[in-house]
Design a protein around this ligand. Structure first.
Ligand code: ZN
Ligand code: ZN
Length: 213
């Protein structure tokens, strides 16, 4: 049984997820902690639950999903996994900060490792099928755990909405195809964790998402 803990961080109200197995092995997905208080909140959770952090995973590397990456990688000596096609997004971090007028506090760090899209990604008792779902960003992936029936899908599918596609590397039709071909075939009852906002289910989005019909 995996535990999924959600935090909502930074001015973009981004959802950060900590996934933990029964032996307290953990991965952090999209660490968006930006302010010191947010870093402290995450640190306290890690400490209190005696988590053994293993890795950081990015669904994609937009700035709001990686404000905390360098901090956590450094503090807990973690490696970082992203999709190869999203390296261009990862490397544009400083430039995008500049565009948004956000003070640059670090360079993209560490050097990421790349998911193998054809294999199950496994760390201790945690495993994910890596779904390649570009459209919101060129190398966006989603993490599906069949046994526990959930999907962590970043900024693809939202509760009654979909990700924006007007940012560099975005493509509307590609996003629609990713959702219909990769996400909607999952079981109806799959719980979908989103990069912003509430959780939803495949069933609910299939029946009522206005952007997909
Ligand atoms: Zn995004
Ligand atoms: Zn986002």
């Amino acid at each position: 049984m995996l535990n999924v803990k959600k935090f909502t961080f930074n001015p973009f109200s981004e959802n950060t997820y900590v996934v933990t197995d029964q032996l307290n092995n953990s991965v952090i997905i999209d660490p968006g902690c930006y302010y010191k208080a947010e870093q402290n909140e995450l640190d306290n959770y890690i400490l209190k639950n005696k988590l053994k952090l293993k890795s950081i995973l990015h669904t994609h590397s937009h700035l709001d999903h990686m404000f905390g990456t360098a901090y956590l990688a450094d503090k807990y000596d973690l490696d970082l996994w992203i999709c190869k096609e999203d390296l261009v997004t990862y490397e544009s971090y400083e430039k995008v900060c500049e565009v948004y007028g956000i003070p640059i506090t670090f360079s993209p760090n560490p050097t990421p490792k790349f998911f193998d899209l054809n294999q199950l990604f496994e760390i201790e008792g945690i495993n994910f099928e890596i779904l390649f779902v570009p459209g919101h960003s060129p190398g966006h992936v989603a993490f599906y755990n069949q046994e526990n029936n959930f999907l962590i899908n970043g900024d693809c599918l939202f509760d009654n909405s979909i990700g924006r596609t007007d940012l560099p590397g975005g493509n509307h039709q590609q996003l629609i195809n990713s959702i219909k071909n990769e996400i909607f075939p999952l079981p109806d009852e799959t719980l979908v964790y989103c990069g912003h906002g509430n959780e939803t289910t495949i069933k609910s989005e299939k029946s009522s998402n206005p952007f997909l019909y």
